[in-house]
Write a protein that binds this ligand. Structure first.
Ligand SMILES: Nc1nc2c(c(=O)[nH]1)N[C@H]1C(S)=C(S)[C@@H](COP(=O)(O)OP(=O)(O)OC[C@H]3O[C@@H](n4cnc5c(=O)[nH]c(N)nc54)[C@H](O)[C@@H]3O)O[C@H]1N2
Ligand SMILES: Nc1nc2c(c(=O)[nH]1)N[C@H]1C(S)=C(S)[C@@H](COP(=O)(O)OP(=O)(O)OC[C@H]3O[C@@H](n4cnc5c(=O)[nH]c(N)nc54)[C@H](O)[C@@H]3O)O[C@H]1N2
Ligand SMILES: [Mo]
Length: 766
């Protein structure tokens, strides 16, 4: 049922597998994966980029949302940040002739890697319904086409407006304003597929959906538990913070089905030290958990904490904190008293002794931070699992004191800021009320669609126009075949993008591509050079200034595109100063100051060299703005992820040489993979049991009740030390296997980390 997947020039017949490496990053890694692209940049552009990246007068790295330390080094970036910057700042551009030479059908046969290699998009292009090609159009024509399509809808709810988390605060604020003035809350975003479970859980139990730690807390912690996160690849500068913490005496524990580079040393006694100096093993304890087992582990830990308190009353729980700031202790204690240890061991795949050891570390530590990312958020019970993280932390007062806290590590560099600015299909009434006071329109109140609901609405024919501010929605969402067929059924898709990707090849009947400036580039407007602002994982907001010349003269900034799209759609009489927005971003920031909580005097505060930190009740004053005004310990029913005999649980994850759907190279150095991505990692003992071999090619089938199997063909097996019963394959290739309806309870995030699969010897090797 799935379309044939695009094949690259570098075919997977060439896949090479060696022993997994561990984090030994740095410039050699960059040169290795980006050599040709780096050479194309030229010395001047290279120097300008690498001396201003993450500097106070420079631009914010767009590779992840890891925060910047207050005192920065001259080169404050990592290997993967360098790749992201080189990928964006390439001087290679897509020529006008490209569009006549490559029909859209042909682009749909190309891989993400090939599409990204074509270079930066530099002119607006349009594909009319029935046409097979895009053709260059003027900006005016592009906006007129988009505006006419939006105005022609029967209802504003027939359009949806997606955002990927690279958009600046200014672009995001202007975009949500346009969308709400247009009349809908259909504002799905990448966060729906990412940390939505975090926002849902934390908002309910501590009153704010964000991290309760600041950067400096890491070096004050006694214990840092890294759950479901691969910082060596996805937040490499976090390894530096972990290393500093360790040097200051902290213990580090990794909870993960995989031994990930930088946290664990695995077999290969390599001693190379890269630029960020990662020759060391950071984790003092590694719990190789079964996929989806975290909730059971956390309950077991909390149970042991409560038992220790019962054995030594008054010495383990933070009774004063619990009495003053929390509700729900008795219910939690009663519930956990019933916890079935056998069930915990089955769900986690761990031994009782391993859990005892971590419980003991937790009880001995005065200040504990728990960090997490997609390994925790992309599960059916993710929201409940994150509430269990909070339970464990609250028991010993580990929220709102130095060196302690709940620390979701965000993905996209400004995904958190975009939410703060109102990119959400369910913004609270307080935000909509503030918009209504500031602007001459009444915002819609009805909730909009999220990412999965957006596809479902397309399937029903309810969404006819899809606009994307960045990202690669069909590439990133689950159930690729279903998503692509739904997208093809829309009347118009509009992509605001820097580079080509799958979402430009799988489009509505008509399609527009609006090319935009990247974050590295100088943004000149009528009032002069502009800067934008972003928010990192620890709620710090600061300015980002592009430092290199735009790759082409005709590009518009995201703010300019959004403002012109708004004018073309709403007319000149919307009573909102869109022209002012475009010519001077201070105008937008003044509105942000008036509308967004915590942003008073925004223009002044973001001009401080260090920016400012948004207020956060739990972190700052142990104030918990929940429904009951206190932090809530919750009771969550344990539910084990079932996996029938002969099947494996598959997670989809990132290689070291990709940024989400952007593929920098087909290698995954830290996992020992070269020249290919069509691999499935399986534990050797499971291979024995299944009668399969390392190096063998298999077809992977995912099973979902009442539906035909989804399939991913021709995957090479890599025997790998993942947890028993578990497997892993790369996102986005493996998205075909994830049923659209398989989502997390409460957050509707696709369950990308636990797909029940069956492996069968491949029908065709490939
Ligand atoms: N270079 C680079 N940087 C990035 C990105 C990128 O693609 N490339 N993407 C950015 C984005 S948007 C995001 S959201 C982040 C993603 O950052 P991560 O969450 O680190 O990304 P994943 O590759 O999805 O890795 C998930 C990790 O969780 C583990 N895991 C999977 N399932 C479970 C589980 O059930 N329990 C536990 N305990 N662990 C589990 C996996 O083995 C893996 O180590 O990175 C951001 N930064
Ligand atoms: N199976 C599976 N699916 C997943 C995940 C998973 O772990 N497993 N992870 C999920 C997660 S965490 C996320 S965040 C989503 C990511 O979903 P998206 O954010 O939609 O995807 P990206 O691949 O980050 O988008 C890359 C594209 O963004 C555009 N772009 C880059 N920079 C800019 C810019 O500055 N401005 C504009 N306008 N465009 C730009 C480029 O055209 C590029 O091709 O995917 C999700 N999907
Ligand atoms: Mo993400």
């Amino acid at each position: 049922m799935n379309p044939k997947r695009p094949i690259d020039d570098a075919t997977d017949a060439l896949i090479k597998v060696t022993l997994p490496g561990h984090a030994a990053a740095g410039i050699p890694g960059v040169v290795h994966s980006m050599g040709p692209a780096l050479a194309q940049l030229g010395p001047r552009r290279t120097l300008a980029l690498f001396t201003s990246m993450n500097q106070k007068e420079g631009f914010d790295c767009m590779s992840c949302a890891w925060p910047d330390p207050e005192s920065r080094k001259t080169l404050e970036f990592c290997e993967n940040g360098a790749k992201a910057v080189i990928w964006e700042a390439t001087p290679i551009t897509v020529p006008s002739s490209f569009w006549a030479e490559h029909p859209v059908d042909e682009l749909a046969t190309k891989s993400e890697y090939w599409l990204g290699q074509q270079g930066r998009l530099i002119e607006p292009v349009y594909k009319a319904a029935g046409d097979d090609h895009y053709r260059p159009v003027s900006w005016d024509e592009a906006f007129a086409l988009a505006g006419a399509a939006l105005r022609g809808l029967d209802s504003p709810h027939q359009a949806a407006f997606y955002t990927s988390g690279r958009a600046s605060n200014e672009a995001a604020f202007a975009y949500q304003l346009f969308v709400r003035a247009f009349g809908t809350n259909n504002l799905p975003d990448c966060s729906n597929m990412c940390h939505e479970s975090t926002g849902t859980a934390l908002s309910e139990v501590i009153g704010i959906g964000k991290s309760t730690v600041s950067y400096d807390d890491f070096e004050r912690a006694d214990l840092i538990i890294v759950m479901g996160q691969n910082p060596g690849t996805n937040h490499p500068r976090m390894l530096t913070a972990l290393e500093d913490a360790k040097r200051a005496g902290a213990t580090i524990v990794s909870v993960n089905p995989l031994p990930e580079a930088g946290l664990q040393r695995y077999k290969n006694p390599q001693t190379v030290r890269g630029m960020i100096g990662k020759g060391t093993t950071l984790a003092d304890q590694f719990l190789q958990i079964r996929l989806g087992g975290d909730m059971a582990l956390l309950q077991a830990l909390s149970k042991r904490v409560l038992e220790a308190e019962a054995a030594r009353p008054g010495t383990v729980l933070d009774q004063a904190f619990l009495a003053e700031h929390c509700v729900g202790l008795d219910e939690l204690a009663a519930h956990l008293a019933q916890l079935d240890e056998a069930e915990v061991l089955a769900a986690t795949g761990l031994t009782g002794a391993e859990i005892d050891e971590l419980a003991d570390r937790y009880i001995r530590a005065e200040r504990v931070i728990i960090t997490w990312a997609m390994g925790v958020t992309q599960h059916k019970k993710a929201v409940a699992g994150i509430k269990e993280i909070v339970n464990l932390l609250l028991l010993r007062g580990n929220i709102g004191k130095p060196g302690a806290g709940a620390s979701p590590i965000r993905g996209h560099s400004n995904v958190q800021g975009d939410r703060t600015m109102g990119i959400w299909e369910r913004m609270p009434d307080s935000f909509l009320d503030a918009l209504a006071r500031e602007f001459p329109f009444e915002p819609p109140r009805e909730h909009g669609v999220d990412a999965v609901q957006g596809i479902q609405a397309m399937q029903r024919g309810d969404i006819k126009v899809w606009v994307s501010l960045g990202g690669n929605f069909v590439g990133a969402i689950s159930d690729t075949a279903a998503a692509e067929s739904a997208m093809r059924g829309t009347d118009l898709t509009v992509q605001i993008s820097t580079k080509l990707n799958r979402s430009h090849a799988v489009t509505g009947k008509a399609a527009l591509i609006l090319p935009t400036l990247g974050r590295t580039e100088i943004d000149r407007q009528a009032s002069g050079v502009q800067f934008v602002t972003v928010e990192d994982s620890v709620c710090a907001v600061h300015a980002s200034r592009g430092r290199v010349e735009p790759v082409a003269p005709n590009l518009l900034s995201e703010v300019a595109i959004v403002s012109r799209l708004a004018r073309a759609t709403l007319g000149e009489t919307s009573g909102i100063d869109w022209e002012g927005f475009e010519s001077d971003y201070d105008v937008i920031r003044d509105h942000i100051a008036a509308v967004v909580p915590g942003c008073a005097d925004y223009n002044e505060k973001v001009r401080r060299s260090e920016g400012f930190v948004l207020p956060n009740g739990p972190r700052d004053s142990r104030t918990f703005p929940t429904a009951v005004g206190k932090a809530i310990l919750t009771v969550n029913e344990l539910e084990r992820v079932e996996c029938p005999p002969g099947r494996l649980l598959l997670q989809t994850l990132r290689s070291h040489d990709q940024f989400n759907t952007t593929i920098y190279s087909r290698n995954d150095r830290y996992r020992g993979i070269k020249k290919g991505r069509d691999v499935v990692f399986v534990n050797p003992d499971d291979l024995d049991e299944l009668g399969l071999d390392d190096g063998q090619h298999v077809d992977v089938f995912s099973e979902w009740p009442g539906q035909p199997d989804r399939e991913l063909r021709g995957m090479r097996i890599v025997a790998y030390p993942t947890a028993r019963g578990c497997a892993a394959a790369y996102f986005p290739e493996a998205n075909v296997l994830i049923p659209l309806a398989s989502t997390a309870e409460g957050s509707n995030t696709p369950v990308s980390k636990a797909v029940v699969v069956r492996l069968e010897p491949a029908r065709t090797v490939g």
